[in-house]
Design a protein around this ligand. Structure first.
Ligand SMILES: NC(=O)c1ccc[n+]([C@@H]2O[C@H](COP(=O)([O-])OP(=O)(O)OC[C@H]3O[C@@H](n4cnc5c(N)ncnc54)[C@H](O)[C@@H]3O)[C@@H](O)[C@H]2O)c1
Length: 356
């Protein structure tokens, strides 16, 4: 059954690791190394079944392949999941065991922080392997990528406003931000400086209160944000926000936010398009964080990241144009553009060089 899942996703490798002493049960999916080493975060979360964990890690790894390709990076896509409860069972041994597991893959997979994991966890992993990014600056890492992710979302939002309304300035627009954690909070601050009218919502009322103390905004419950009449809705919480019913209830002109896997399935983007909602695909919009950690992998400075984060706007515009020209949804246009780059660049392998 697992071979079929790997083949359906077009992944290269699925690796399991178990360490009974620490209780580590981890999976790494290497979806593609066609463009470079497979980079993607490590999630620590409970799964009802092993099947759910395998399905999730393969799906997330595929998303990373597309994200890296569209960000123009020499990186492939991978992901790790550790099956467990993030509020219990964390130990130095767990992270160091996982670090050794990652090290055994010899650099084919590079890990990073993700849902349920922290920078401190990455620092422990770093003690066992060099194949980890997003560690503390004191260990040579680049620190939290979230502010850079927010800058990328902002660039994509301006591109979407240009495409839809012929204006790249966002002042005066009403933006709903769903989820005001690290990315959503940073985004709201940028939008406030732009002169947007902001409505926020989060399952954590304290997160809303903290932000509202710093940024002029209204607060709504999360469900209310999904039906809010606004110009732009920025989902910055968890994935799986839009199924067919949720799209029916949408009252926004543009959807552009950082949350991964916002659409329950790709066809949801068609329903959005029919409704006149311009969807900026999540894996394009939220690639700023990946660009930030890629700079760490390749030893590039801030200018290198800043140029690529600004280019997220240009890529987003190109995807809108391709979608229109090909009469496909923006989600399909983005995926096809990513697959095209992977095909083009992996085709270079036919040219032999002294090194390769
Ligand atoms: N941090 C990054 O650099 C980065 C990069 C790419 C993608 N992303 C994605 O962006 C999203 C946000 O990331 P983050 O780092 O800000 O996470 P975070 O944990 O700091 O913030 C998420 C916020 O969403 C809230 N939330 C959770 N479930 C919710 C729900 N059902 N409704 C409303 N609010 C809810 C949480 O309370 C929290 O305040 C995630 O989907 C993440 O995968 C983040």
């Amino acid at each position: 059954m697992y071979f079929e899942l790997v083949e359906e996703r077009g992944a290269e490798e699925l690796v399991l690791c178990s360490d009974s002493n620490s209780g580590l049960r981890a999976l790494v999916a290497i979806h593609s190394t066609a463009l470079g080493p497979a980079l993607g975060g490590c999630r620590l979360q409970p799964y009802e079944t092993e099947f759910d964990a395998v399905d999730d890690v393969l799906r997330l790894a595929e998303g990373m392949t597309h994200k890296a390709a569209l960000a123009g990076l020499d990186l492939g896509g991978g992901k790790a999941v550790i099956m467990g409860d993030p509020s219990a069972g964390r130990s130095e041994r767990l992270w160091r065991a996982f670090g050794r597991f990652v090290d055994s893959l010899g650099g084919r997979y590079i890990t990073a922080e993700d849902v349920g994991t922290t920078r401190a966890d990455m620092d422990l992993i770093r003690r066992e392997t060099e194949w980890v990014v997003g560690t503390s600056p004191s260990t040579g890492g680049g620190g939290d990528p979230s502010p850079v992710t927010a800058l990328g979302v902002h660039a994509a939002m301006r591109a979407a406003a240009t495409y839809k309304w012929g204006r790249d300035r966002l002042d005066g627009l009403h933006v709903g931000v769903l989820g005001v954690g690290k990315v959503g909070g940073a985004l709201a601050r940028i939008l406030a400086a732009d002169g947007c009218r902001i409505t926020i919502g989060d399952v954590d009322p304290d997160a809303c209160r903290r932000l509202a103390a710093a940024v002029p905004c209204s607060i709504l419950d999360p469900a209310g944000l999904l039906t809010l009449e606004c110009d732009v809705l920025a989902p910055c919480a968890l994935g799986g926000v839009f199924d067919d019913d949720a799209v029916e209830a949408l009252d926004a002109g543009i959807v552009c936010g950082s949350a991964n896997n916002q659409l329950v399935h790709e066809d949801v983007a068609d329903i959005m398009a029919k409704k006149g909602v311009l969807y900026a695909p999540d894996f394009v919009v939220n690639s700023g964080g990946l660009i930030h950690v890629a700079a760490e992998v390749f030893g590039h400075g801030r200018d290198w990241s800043a140029e690529r984060v600004a280019a997220i706007g240009e890529t987003t515009l190109r995807i809108f144009e391709l979608a229109d020209a090909g009469s496909v949804s923006t989600a399909v246009a983005a995926r096809e553009l990513a697959e095209d780059r992977i095909r083009q660049i992996s085709g270079l392998n036919t040219i032999r060089t002294p090194q390769r």
